[in-house]
Design a protein around this ligand. Structure first.
Ligand SMILES: *[C@@H]1O[C@H](CO)[C@@H](O)[C@H](O)[C@H]1NC(C)=O
Length: 316
């Protein structure tokens, strides 16, 4: 009898805790739902996710996993919803550059372009499938700083609205290389002049407000992580595509690794900005409260989740 009472108390304690976290989650991420039915459904998803996160972190505490998970803006999304949100067009659609990167000098043992002021603050794509545009602007911003000494935040909205004829599909996906081709032909406006709206609208490009033009792009040899590291080390941040599986949905800190992600089914565009002996530092576009201040450290040396499968950087 005593045992039954104890269990009942535990159950209450757990669910009260879940409800508190639910309240604070809704407040932090300014969540509001259209109906009570939707709210109940989201609460159920949140509770299930919270349970998985707590299970994961228990394994982290035991030293079985090298990274931690946490509640973030995706905590009321199912795994299916998260996968559907990842919108990078497949490698099959990618045009190939005439130029393939060749390592001409040896790379330093570690690199971090954030330390030399070559990386803009982390941005947030919201619920628009525009990862590709953030990866592209990130690489262009860094090359501009490295070559011209100017760190100017560039407009994703410009790419989302205007690069359709290059094969990009706004919030429904796109490719970094197609964005680089657009910027080669037209140039790109600054973030401040053409701010992000989280939806695709008609193109409002103004040629007289172009702040940067590129002159093509260089591909990293497919699946050569050695070349990828050398390019990050000697040239600057590189646009990379990954299979962002559900494991990344709740990543919060540590050395990310995942045995289940694919090296071929690439679905998310991000920016590799540095590396250490055991990691590649990746800038994401899910806001600065996701991961390590908006970044994730990928385990190095495994071509993890296809990080070296479709890597490219723009030439200025
Ligand atoms: C384009 O920008 C220039 C310079 O700021 C401005 O004078 C012009 O009116 C703009 N054109 C349009 C169509 O908005």
């Amino acid at each position: 009898m005593k045992i039954i009472i104890l269990f009942a108390c535990l159950a209450v304690a757990v669910s009260a805790n879940t409800q508190e976290q639910w309240k604070s989650f809704k407040q932090t991420h300014q969540k509001s739902y259209r109906s009570l039915i939707e709210e109940r459904l989201r609460y159920k998803i949140f509770s299930d996710n919270l349970e998985k996160i707590e299970q994961h972190n228990a394994e982290f505490e035991q030293g079985l996993i090298t990274y931690k998970q946490g509640v973030n803006q995706f905590a009321d999304w199912t795994e299916e919803e998260f996968i559907a949100f990842l919108k990078l067009n497949g490698p099959a659609q990618k045009a190939k550059s005439d130029e393939v990167f060749e390592a001409i000098k040896s790379a330093p043992l570690k690199q971090d372009w954030r330390l030399s002021g070559a990386v803009t603050p982390v941005k947030d794509q919201g619920s628009c499938g525009s990862c590709w545009s953030f990866s592209a602007t990130g690489a262009l911003e860094s090359q501009n700083q490295i070559k011209n000494g100017k760190l100017v935040s560039l407009s994703e909205q410009n790419l989302i609205d205007c690069s359709g004829s290059y094969g990009n599909e706004g919030c429904n996906g796109g490719l970094m290389t197609s964005a680089f081709e657009y910027v080669q032909d037209h140039g790109i406006m600054a973030e401040a002049a053409y701010p992000y709206e989280e939806v695709q609208r008609k193109c409002r490009f103004n040629k007289s407000k172009v702040v940067l033009k590129s002159s093509g792009y260089v591909d990293i040899k497919e699946n050569s992580e050695t070349d990828l590291i050398n390019a990050i080390g000697t040239v600057g941040p590189v646009s990379v595509a990954i299979d962002a599986t559900s494991k990344l949905q709740f990543y919060s800190s540590g050395l990310f690794t995942d045995k289940t992600c694919s090296k071929y089914a690439l679905n998310h565009g991000v920016l590799a900005v540095g590396y250490g002996s055991d990691n590649i530092v990746v800038k994401n576009s899910w806001g600065s409260s996701w991961g390590e201040n908006g970044y994730v450290r990928f385990t190095r040396g495994k071509n993890l989740c296809g990080i070296a499968a479709m890597a490219t950087y723009p030439k200025l």
